[in-house]
Design a protein around this ligand. Sequence first.
Ligand code: AMP
Ligand code: MG
Length: 587
Amino acid sequence: MSVTCSIPVLGFAAFSGTGKTTLLEALIPQLVASGVRVALIKHAHHDFDVDKPGKDSYRLRKAGASQMLISSRYRNALMTETPDEETTFNQLIQRINHNEADLILVEGFKTETFPKIELNRAANDKPFLFPSDANIVAIACDSKPDTHLPLLSLNDISSIHGFILKWMESHNAQTATCDSLSPTMLSVEAGREKILSAIDVPTFSQQASLDDICHRVLATPVVAPLNVPSSTNSAMDGYAIRSDDIERDTFTKVGEVFAGSQYAKPLEKGQCVRIMTGAPVPDGADTVIMREQAEEEANSVSFDTRKGKIRAGQNVRQAGEDIRVGSEVFTIGTRISAPVLGMLASLGIDKADVFPTVKVALFSTGDEVQAPGTPPKQSCIYDANRFSLKGLLTKLGCEIIDYGIIEDSEAALNTTLANAMDSADIILSSGGVSVGDADYIKTVLSNLGDINFWRVNMRPGRPLAFGKLGNTPFFGLPGNPVAVMVTFLQFVEPAIRKMQGEVNWQPQRLVAITQEKVRSRIGRTEYTRGIYSINSNGQLEVTSTGSQGSGILRSMNEANCLIEVAPDVESAEVGDRVTIIPLESRI
Ligand code: AMP
Ligand code: MG
């Protein structure tokens, strides 16, 4: 019989003497540090007793209590006498409190059907179990068995730890649906990967005028139809000469060229032309001497070399030095910024093939949330999230369909979502996805599509719903105003950029020296709102914006960066180098 359990159950299968308990003893602290609450079931072959003869509990059991529950401030234990029959594996699993664990590890129960990691130590000279046990999902050993299963090093606990975290995520991704709140903490990175793999890249494109494509994304590469500049031209107002004539004292001025005109003949030795900035350099000429060095009398020109040495090729812009004809100037997926617009125009291009604008449906949930501009009601808060989100979406060039505040009812939410699925490319809501929030949201979402409720191991953030309603990606962001913005930046913005056609976008990351201790916790990604600046030594340094409550939206306004403390870092001390994510262009 296979195991039925809402949280992952993972066993360790090995012959005795392999070192199962020692390995578990080293592994459990790493799992706990990653935020995983571990429960353990161990099988013992002998008639064990955790009780001590003479203790009250022992005496009461011996007197005939078949269940003995003993409790103190720090722990409790239920001892159950099973004289007739051993409790089955499934019954044991059900006795674990599933709400207070993220993972059940099992030592023993080799013959039961449930996922296991096989442990094998070559020195013990025992056969591998995987050829005869289809439940083995990975092998930790110190040899090289012939298998397609993932191989882990028996002596590298962190590789086993890493495997288990990944395995739990995939396990939860398969089982977590609307009605089973995914119990495991997901890392920011794993969450983002899952989201991005579910987001499709755009499949059609449209021609649009340069006037309308700022911040949109190119759908076709741009190949230069001409050189920029189109001809070699002067970078100065001055005189053009031939570089093989540099040593000459006096030149004969044979003409004048202005920007937009041309000296038609090749320039001979002994000749110069007066030339203006941007005017094409005559054939044969390749060097321009600035006007300030020239002494011109009648048509005879000499140059004062005390005012500057003359070097062959100086003050000339080569044809194609900016953009060479035939070169691929922009690849597919380029975000059209101000210089891109300028460069397209400099190539004579007046329209471009771009991906469609992404339409975002947006709404807030919560009966306590009221629209700004309405008279304040008792115990209500104004809807900050819809407006901060609109600001973020506007920065990304999205079209916004604003559904306002949806009243707390199944019917209202159902209607809104059904409309949004029809009209938008992506749906964003805030509030209502935490544990303890009204269940009707989960019910409605599960009726319309396939949504996962995650606990992301991050702060601020944590609750996040993501999935698809029909084919439309849906994000249920947390309710707290800072958490909304931070989860948007970590998860929604990368997804929107992918939908817009941008390729492999990554936020800018810099390293700064922290002037304050930045607290975090192993396993968690912490985003502290920070202010970075350049100190007198030219180094970047960063301080926090002060109070970091996830309701303090002021912290987001005062910040010009997020300080990111990675999951493997406990906290950053004054003087430590920390990663910062600048926000200027994003919020
Ligand atoms: P929830 O995730 O719905 O439990 O919300 C968490 C917190 O965020 C609560 O204090 C809510 O009142 C607050 N909140 C929810 N939605 C909004 C909103 N649109 N604007 C400002 N605060 C909100
Ligand atoms: Mg709420």
